[in-house]
Design a protein around this ligand. Structure first.
Ligand code: 6PG
Length: 245
């Protein structure tokens, strides 16, 4: 991916890698970065717009945030993607975030903007695009990395919504990671952020990480906020596996 001025040019993704020793260190570092971003945004603009990631990796971070000392009335919660399941299904990203964190802190209910994925991918994508209309740059976007290089619900072989003018949300069908129907923010909308923080851990991510480092064309590589991105990653994943021959 090379940088050149003008439309149609492919962009460089500026990546700052932050190796940490293990998942506990990753969660602590993520907790501190989220609170730091919140304090700065609230001091500057009176509110903090954060986009949450789904999956398992952020779960521990969300649990830690229950104890955070912050003005919760200033937090606006959005989701980067959602699984088209019933609203109270435990596999929903919104349910996971609520159970581990949001149900335990006084964020006003109308400031938690879940994706209405129970309505089906097409309708929910449309409705969430309406929710995002008029919402400016996010202060912080949290993202994960899948084994195949996906992030949010932007999967290889599907539309990633990279080019300018694409819709803010995408209806996803036949997703390789269950459930098959999902809603995702587009790469372009996820990139409209002051900060983007990836949380990456687990041996299963080693291949995707190696391809990312080699600038392979994977969804995670299409997130281009102006300020670049930060990746908290368990350091063992950055060390080439020891070949035993
Ligand atoms: C989802 C997520 C997805 C996730 C990655 C990593 O709904 O599944 O949004 O993009 O972040 O698959 O998942 P883990 O953290 O569980 O490895």
């Amino acid at each position: 991916m090379t940088d050149a001025d003008g439309p149609g040019a492919v962009k460089v993704q500026r990546v700052r890698w932050h190796p940490v020793v293990d998942i506990d260190a990753l969660q602590r570092a993520a907790f501190e970065r989220i609170l730091d971003a919140a304090n700065r945004a609230i001091a500057a603009r009176g509110q903090f717009l954060i986009v949450l990631s789904g999956g398992g990796t952020p779960r521990g971070v969300y649990a830690m945030l229950r104890m955070a000392g912050t003005d919760w009335s200033c937090w606006q919660i959005y989701f980067g993607d959602e699984r088209c399941l019933a609203a109270d299904d435990a596999e929903r990203n919104s349910r996971m975030a609520a159970d581990t964190w949001l149900d335990h802190v006084p964020i006003p209910g109308d400031q938690i903007h879940a994706i209405p994925a129970e309505r089906g991918a097409q309708q929910a994508a449309q409705d969430y695009a309406n929710t995002l209309r008029g919402v400016g740059e996010f202060d912080l976007v949290l993202l994960g990395l899948g084994e195949d290089g996906h992030t949010a619900s932007l999967f290889p072989g599907h539309d990633w919504g990279v080019s300018p003018g694409v819709p803010d949300t995408l209806a996803v069908f036949d997703a390789p990671k269950p459930p098959p129907q999902r809603v995702s923010l587009s790469a372009a909308r996820l990139s409209r952020a002051r900060e983007v923080l990836f949380l990456v851990e687990g041996e299963s991510k080693r291949d995707a990480l190696a391809r990312w480092c080699a600038n392979a064309d994977i969804p995670a590589g299409t997130i281009h906020p102006l300020a670049g991105i930060d990746v908290l990653v368990t350091s063992t994943l950055l060390i080439p596996p020891v070949s035993n021959h």
